[in-house]
Design a protein around this ligand. Structure first.
Ligand SMILES: Cc1cc2nc3c(=O)[nH]c(=O)nc-3n(C[C@H](O)[C@H](O)[C@H](O)COP(=O)(O)O)c2cc1C
Length: 187
């Protein structure tokens, strides 16, 4: 069976981002049925509806690049109990012009990662609210709120925690099954 291509969007631009480290860890434990690729979102100008008729090249490239993917995986920190602006911006850019949303029908999953104890629960669920509207069928279980992230990676940015590795492996296998459920829809 052909691999399913998954876009990975990371909601942090920070060089030492725990979320980016987690995205790389997820790629390592992902089953062979998935092919994950981080899609960069830091270069997208702030979304402006005036650009819908004459979009910046970065918007067009981003929207086009999303077309090749069968699903989308969001790995995000929580900023002020919500979704970081850089990730919301990418979601908004991908959603327009009206009626041409790049997200429509693509199966998704969300993981939030925070050095705090709550694991970014607020961001995770605010993000899910947008995904309902965007018709991204989003995996419900297992939920993934990864807390205490500052303790999870070694000096080489590798995951150093066996139970977290076990959990994210389970998460990625569940996501692979979730994506397959939608495979016949041709998205
Ligand atoms: C503007 C701002 C707001 C933040 N708000 C929250 C928050 O609401 N909840 C939380 O758990 N951490 C919050 N943090 C801390 C982030 O979780 C922390 O900076 C984390 O390392 C960001 O993810 P990253 O390592 O992937 O960059 C906030 C950080 C910033 C810069």
């Amino acid at each position: 069976m052909a691999q399913k291509k998954i876009a990975v969007l990371v909601g942090s631009l920070r060089k030492e981002s725990f979320n980016r480290k987690m995205a790389k860890a997820l790629i390592k434990v992902s089953p062979d049925s998935l092919n994950l690729e981080i899609v960069e979102i830091g270069g997208l100008p702030l979304y402006n509806q005036d650009f819908d008729d004459n979009p910046p090249v970065a918007y067009t490239q981003f929207r086009e690049s999303l077309k090749k993917f069968d699903g989308v995986l969001f790995i995000t920190p929580e900023y002020n109990r919500s979704v970081p602006a850089v990730l919301k911006n990418a979601i908004d850019v991908g959603s327009r012009p009206y009626g041409q949303s790049a997200w429509n029908g693509k199966p998704g999953a969300v993981m939030s990662v925070s050095p705090g104890a709550l694991g970014g629960f607020g961001a995770n669920h605010h993000l899910r609210q947008s995904l309902v509207f965007l018709n991204v069928p989003t995996m419900q279980q297992p939920e993934a709120y990864i807390g205490n992230a500052a303790k999870l990676f070694d000096e080489s940015s590798n995951l150093n925690n066996d139970s977290t590795r076990e959990f994210i492996t389970k998460f990625m296998h569940a996501f692979a099954e979730w994506v397959l459920r939608f495979a016949s829809k041709g998205k």
